[in-house]
Design a protein around this ligand. Structure first.
Ligand SMILES: Cc1cc2nc3c(=O)[nH]c(=O)nc-3n(C[C@H](O)[C@H](O)[C@H](O)COP(=O)(O)O)c2cc1C
Ligand code: SF4
Length: 368
């Protein structure tokens, strides 16, 4: 049954509905959690979601952070994050820290001097902005993999129930996987094995720091859906195999990036595309292949409780994630548990995006 307790990705959860990582823009100017951020997670915990994944947290001072992004890049972050986690646990919630090496920045704080890093310095189009970047040296790559491991250890010390490494949506690990962004001719570029090296080294570093038992999750693209040069689904499946060999506890399947073909990005206007649950065909294949080795979950376009139930009942997929519906209605899982069969009132317009205090635009209007 959907609302029975279950174990997903090494975490004992109230149900297999996961709140996928959703950038909050609620850290203070120094990147520490605020009361508002903790309150938002307490509310999600009260709303009955099984596991919630934080918005992406910055792991390294080598690169810029997004405006109001949480950071986990030095030991001073542990105590304030531990306070937030304690509050969430006090409400019965389970919380995973999403950690990211950005390699991209849509919303940089003003006056930020550090440069964006990337596999090969390929210019990226972010809307009207042409984002230039610095091609990483192998010494810098080694520093970033170590920073990812240390950040994961800080998440463990702060009491998070697990970490998720972000390797989707065109952030750095995802760029390394993509032949379009990764044009290196050293051991980090060329063959798929080489392009996956950065991700697998980050995972190895995370495991080394947190030990064999701690839940380590990965979010990955099924495909990049680019006009040319993106990672394909066959390649992604092979990388997922390697991730299972590396003993990751769960893989959350997403897809797309800022350079994907129209309507093929990670966050789709499903009313317009008429394609709900858009990554299920990929996640279903991955879950069947990796059954018994790691838990495979799926994100993207779930709006109805019946869709979630049948996805879990008819496939090997272990959990279903939601992002925008839980911005609109943080208590949606609770409503469904209590018997509602109403779909989410989120209309997938994606107007919730913003640099700070991210919330559903309609909730903001209702509060005003
Ligand atoms: C406002 C907003 C912020 C997001 N921030 C993140 C993030 O920090 N990390 C991440 O992996 N995905 C992020 N996403 C993508 C979501 O996790 C999810 O993959 C996507 O919205 C599709 O799921 P949905 O149809 O349930 O919204 C964000 C999405 C939104 C709408
Ligand atoms: S702004 Fe639009 S997409 Fe975002 S939560 Fe609200 S209804 Fe959903």
């Amino acid at each position: 049954m959907l609302f029975d307790r279950c174990r997903i990705g090494g975490i004992d959860a109230a149900c297999p509905i996961v709140r996928s990582a959703t950038f909050e823009g609620m850290a203070d100017a120094q990147g520490y959690p605020t009361d508002k951020l903790a309150q938002m997670y307490e509310r999600l915990a009260d709303g009955g979601v099984g596991v919630m994944i934080t918005g992406m947290m910055a792991v390294s001072t080598l690169e810029p952070r997004q405006h109001r992004q949480i950071r986990i890049d030095d030991d001073s972050c542990v105590a304030p994050l531990a306070d937030m986690v304690r509050r969430v646990h006090g409400h019965g919630g389970k919380i995973v820290a999403q950690i990211v090496v950005m390699g991209s920045s849509i919303m940089m704080p003003e006056g930020e001097g550090r440069v964006i890093v990337s596999p090969s310095g390929v210019t990226e189009k972010l809307g009207k902005i042409e984002q230039e970047s610095h091609a990483l040296t192998t010494d810098e790559i080694a520093r970033l993999t170590e920073d990812a491991g240390r950040a994961a250890l800080r998440a463990k010390e702060a009491g998070f129930d697990g970490v998720q490494f972000h390797s989707a949506h065109g952030y750095l690990a995802s760029k390394f996987l993509s032949p379009y962004f990764n044009r290196r001719d050293d051991e980090y570029g060329g063959s798929l094995e080489n392009r996956a090296r950065f991700l697998l080294e980050c995972i190895a570093s995370i495991r080394k720091h947190v030990g064999p038992e701690y839940p380590v999750w990965v979010k990955i693209n099924s495909e990049d859906f680019m006009k040319e040069g993106g990672m394909t689904f066959d390649e992604s499946l092979q990388v997922m195999e390697w991730l299972a060999d590396a003993k990751v506890s769960a893989i959350e399947v997403s897809g797309g990036n800022m350079s994907s073909l129209p309507r093929k990005g990670p966050i789709r206007a499903i009313r317009r595309t008429k394609e709900p649950m858009y990554f299920v065909p990929y996640a279903e294949k991955a879950a069947a292949k990796l059954k018994g080795r790691t838990d495979v979950g799926v994100i993207g376009g779930f709006r109805q409780v019946g869709e979630i139930e049948s996805c879990l009942a008819n496939t090997d997929i272990a959990f279903v994630s939601l992002s925008r519906p839980l911005l609109r209605q943080p208590d949606l899982p609770k409503l469904w548990r209590e018997g509602s069969t109403e779909p989410s009132t989120c209309i997938s317009c994606s107007r919730c995006f913003g640099a700070e205090d991210v919330d559903c635009i309609f909730n903001k209007q209702e509060k005003a």
